[in-house]
Design a protein around this ligand. Structure first.
Ligand code: SAM
Ligand code: SF4
Length: 348
């Protein structure tokens, strides 16, 4: 794995089961993104190939293992858990996991949330709210039904819009995530913001990242978000917001709508210095950086013993190795191979 020339020496591993998670760059980790499946009911062009091969079920952490893992992280000071995938709502019995995780509120968890494509949200919104979920991110790149079908290959826009409505009706705060794609949704940035803000939802734009088998295609459709900001400025007045989401987005208040727009710019601007998160795949691989291949297996220690000592030692080792930053820019410039795993593996 890459280590910067000027990185500080690695501290010795320590693993008391309640010690806060601090990496070797003094960043406190209090947020995990937990992927519960690599499967999906869509095949978004920038995320998966149409004939994607999925993992054998036996490789996936069971729902009980996912809950035990989350519980171990909460014992180490994690306060926010985002459930993701693949599409998290296609995992069988995923609601029993949410119910189990909701018990962690009594042990220090502050927020339980999820990122979803919204297709199954109409079915699950009320139950999610009942499990203590207060906010949900819905990914939506276009409001044009045909374009939506082309981008997701299999998606039905009406279902997603119904999911958004159901979430709002259940009292969930919805945020829309939109990947900016050259040649695909360039003409829709303004209408998307107006639509989302009209329904009281914030919207965050994301730069497409060179991940997965078809990373080269993503490089072709890359659009720096200053192009998005310029398009929005044609109809809206954006001013820097004081809002801090605890994430990598830069936020702007929109005078005309009273809503907020976020920009996540992994390529055009580094956001790594304040990174507070790690990601666990559905097979229990702990990735400490979205843009790096280095990871540590947590499934082995989970399955080897009902005692969590080895699990905590593995988490500590991963934290010691958390890199200072991602390598997207070097990957972009062709100086390094892109990470081959798709976003559907590490979750968004
Ligand atoms: N299936 C769910 C969904 O789409 O919201 C959750 C998982 S998906 C991998 C999480 C987020 O990653 C989505 O907002 C999606 O648009 C984004 N995403 C997927 N591939 C990406 C890529 N190559 N670059 C940037 N964002 C990507
Ligand atoms: Fe599925 Fe989400 Fe990837 Fe689209 S972005 S294919 S919805 S996991």
């Amino acid at each position: 794995m890459r280590r910067d020339q000027f990185d500080p020496p690695l501290p010795a591993a320590q693993s008391p089961a309640s010690a806060p998670l601090v990496d070797s760059h003094a960043r406190r980790i209090d947020y995990i993104r937990l992927s519960v499946t690599d499967r999906c009911n869509y095949r978004c062009v920038y995320c998966m190939s149409e004939n994607m091969n999925f993992l054998p079920k036996a490789d996936l952490l069971t729902l009980e293992e996912l809950e035990r893992l989350a519980s171990a992280f909460v014992a180490r000071g994690v306060r926010k858990i985002r459930i993701t995938g693949g599409e998290p709502l296609v995992r069988r019995n995923v609601m029993s996991l949410f119910r189990g995780l909701s018990r962690l509120f009594e042990r220090g968890l502050n927020e339980l949330t999820l990122t979803t494509n919204g297709a199954l949200l109409a079915r699950f919104a009320e139950e999610l709210a009942d499990c203590g979920v207060r906010r949900v991110n819905v990914s939506l790149d276009t409001l044009d039904a045909q374009k939506f079908r082309a981008l997701t290959r299999w998606g039905d826009l009406a279902q997603v819009l119904a999911g958004v409505e159901a979430a709002r009706a259940a009292g969930l705060k919805v945020k829309i995530n939109c990947v900016a794609l050259k040649g695909a949704n360039e003409d829709e940035f303004l209408p998307l913001v107006e639509w989302a803000h009209g329904l009281g939802m914030d919207l965050t734009f994301i730069e497409v990242m060179p991940l997965g088998e078809d990373a080269a295609h993503n490089i072709e459709s890359f659009l720096p978000l200053d192009a998005v900001a310029a398009a929005l400025a044609e109809g809206l007045t954006l001013s820097p917001s004081t809002h801090a989401s605890g994430g990598p987005a830069q936020h702007f208040d929109v005078a005309e709508t009273g809503g907020r727009v976020g920009f996540i710019t992994p390529l055009s601007q580094h956001f790594c210095d304040s990174c507070n998160r790690v990601r666990v795949t559905c097979t229990g691989a702990l990735y400490t950086c979205l843009g790096q291949e280095d990871h540590i297996d947590l499934r082995g220690p989970l399955r080897a013993s009902p005692d969590d000592a080895a699990l905590h030692a593995a988490i500590d080792e991963a934290l010691r190795r958390k890199p200072r930053g991602h390598d997207f820019v070097a990957q972009w410039a062709g100086q390094m191979a892109p990470a081959r795993r798709p976003m559907s593996m590490t979750g968004g």
